[in-house]
Design a protein around this ligand. Structure first.
Ligand SMILES: Nc1ncnc2c1ncn2[C@@H]1O[C@H](COP(=O)(O)OP(=O)(O)O)[C@@H](O)[C@H]1O
Ligand SMILES: [Mg+2]
Length: 488
């Protein structure tokens, strides 16, 4: 039984793992990561735990009850019917309690999920919490949620554990009633001592499994409540599946066009309305606009992180929905404002997009990103392990590592979303030199605020409120739109 439960959990974990990869990004926008984590860990554990202990006992109990009842019928029908009446009462009570138990167990798991979410949030924001002297408030919030969880657990536990004495009381009552009736029949001489004795033994033998079964049915509600939460995750909306007959684009030339693209994060509210532009291979596109103008959104659509509401995005003339997501994304190299490094060596982190890269290639990429010198000052050089997502590096250093990562992949299309926003001006100048080289012959989308970037661009897309309000090169925009503030 233990292995059945373990295998079931493993199957569920695999399903969830696959599911997390195809969930809509909106799902992650809307749910706390700690909450999702709790469903994948706590809830699954609860299912395993309950099934391991409960299911076998339940099956044995039901078997014993059915067998004993058959023999009881053989000895005396009337007494068996009386016993069945009491059994029916037990079943009714069990069902009532089970319904309540399901509700309480679901609530307990929900509070546990919330608690995990809060702890995760506070853990990642610990510096801000300290900076604003919010330790006490955070602690209080954690305590309040722990208390909520305790109460919910207590209620659920009380209910589960009250099943045993309750059912036992009823089975004992049934024994008393049967004893009186059987005793009277015995005195009247209609029943032999042997039959009464045998019947009684069977009643006794049925009572305990009945209690057990009832208890187990109630315990299993915990697993059901958790299973429901797990399946809720498994039933969440998925990305549209990749097309069955994808066009393969091994290495794009780099023509990109947006054709009447409309998009909104919330389907009821459009952010972008009817965007169109075309860039030729090797062109450098500067995307400018104030914070919240929709620059990152444009990139999100280009990478197909979100689906457009209408219109088309074409890469080399092929609509991005006619390719697999993998096929599309392998043509892009992306450096973002938020860096993501994983627990591994620096070399492994640089080689993330090309795991079979040689050490020479990795070093060359690091040199190009101007991070080689810094890596050599680390205790183990390229083999230095990064703690907790690069927690032992500065933001700028982390950014340089992700830039090296793109250098190594050598993709035909580049996306730099405020990629150098966290490095100093001197390093930025150096990187820009390297970037210039990298951008040579590649279509590059650059979101940056430096004038130099904008001036060198072949096309400037000027965005506001999700829409492109001007496009052209620096000269054209300068002449046409002194009021846009671009010339500053
Ligand atoms: N994941 C998201 N879910 C909902 N709205 C979003 C999301 N990301 C961005 N937005 C909204 O879309 C608008 C454009 O954001 P963004 O493209 O990130 O701007 P920026 O030009 O600063 O990169 C903003 O108003 C922002 O609130
Ligand atoms: Mg942005």
């Amino acid at each position: 039984m233990a292995s059945v439960a373990d295998n079931l959990t493993m199957a569920l974990r695999k399903q969830i793992g696959a599911k997390l990869n195809v969930l809509l990004l909106r799902f992650f926008d809307q749910n706390k990561s700690g909450e999702i984590l709790s469903r994948v860990t706590n809830d699954l554990d609860k299912i395993t735990e309950t099934l391991q202990t409960g299911l076998l006992k339940l099956l044995v109990a039901i078997g014993t009850i059915v067998g004993s009842l058959a023999v009881m019928f053989y000895y005396d029908v009337l007494l068996t019917i009386i016993f069945l009446v009491f059994m029916a009462i037990c079943i009714i009570i069990t069902r009532m309690l089970a319904g309540k138990n399901l509700k309480y167990a679901a609530f307990r798991q929900e509070t546990l999920g919330t608690l995990t979410g809060i702890v995760e949030e506070y853990y990642t924001g610990r510096n801000v919490i300290k900076a604003y002297n919010h330790e006490k408030e955070s602690m209080e919030q954690v305590c309040a949620n722990t208390e909520l969880n305790r109460k919910a657990t207590q209620k659920a536990d009380f209910l589960t554990n009250s099943v045993n004495p309750l059912i036992r009381l009823i089975t004992r009552l049934s024994q008393a009633v049967i004893a009186v009736i059987a005793g009277t029949s015995m005195l009247k001489g209609t029943m032999s001592v042997g039959v009464v004795q045998a019947f009684f033994q069977y009643v006794n033998q049925t009572a305990e499994p009945l209690t057990q079964a009832s208890y187990m049915i109630n315990t299993i509600q915990s697993a059901l409540a958790s299973a429901e939460r797990t399946f809720e995750l498994l039933d969440s909306e998925e990305e549209i599946a990749d097309t069955k007959t994808p066009v393969v684009l091994n290495r794009a030339k780099g023509t990109i066009s947006f054709e009447h693209v409309s998009f909104g994060y919330d389907s009821s509210k459009l952010l972008m309305k009817d965007i169109s532009f075309t860039v030729k291979p090797g062109q450098k596109i500067a995307v400018v606009g104030s914070t919240g103008a929709g620059k990152t959104t444009l990139i999100n659509l280009l990478m197909r992180f979100y689906e457009v509401n209408s219109g088309k995005i074409l890469v080399d003339g092929i609509s991005s929905v006619d390719m697999t997501r993998q096929g599309l994304r392998q043509n892009f190299g992306m450096v973002l404002q938020d860096t993501w490094l994983f627990g591994g060596t620096i070399a492994e982190n640089i080689a993330y997009g090309k795991p079979d890269a040689t050490r020479e290639e990795i070093v060359a990429a690091a040199k190009a990103a101007k991070v080689d010198y810094f890596i050599r000052t680390m205790p183990q050089g390229y083999d230095t392990m990064l703690d907790n997502e690069g927690g032992n590096l500065s933001v700028g250093q982390r950014q340089l590592l992700t830039i090296a990562r793109v250098f190594l992949c050598n993709p035909p299309i580049l996306i730099l979303d405020e990629a150098t926003s966290s490095v100093d001006t001197r390093t930025e100048k150096e990187i820009n030199k390297a970037m210039q080289e990298l951008m040579n012959g590649r279509t590059s989308f650059v979101i940056a605020h430096r004038l130099s970037t904008i001036r060198d661009a072949d096309i400037i897309l000027f965005m506001e409120n999700g829409n492109i309000i001007e496009q052209g090169n620096h000269q054209e925009l300068l002449i046409g739109n002194c009021e846009t503030g671009l010339q500053a």
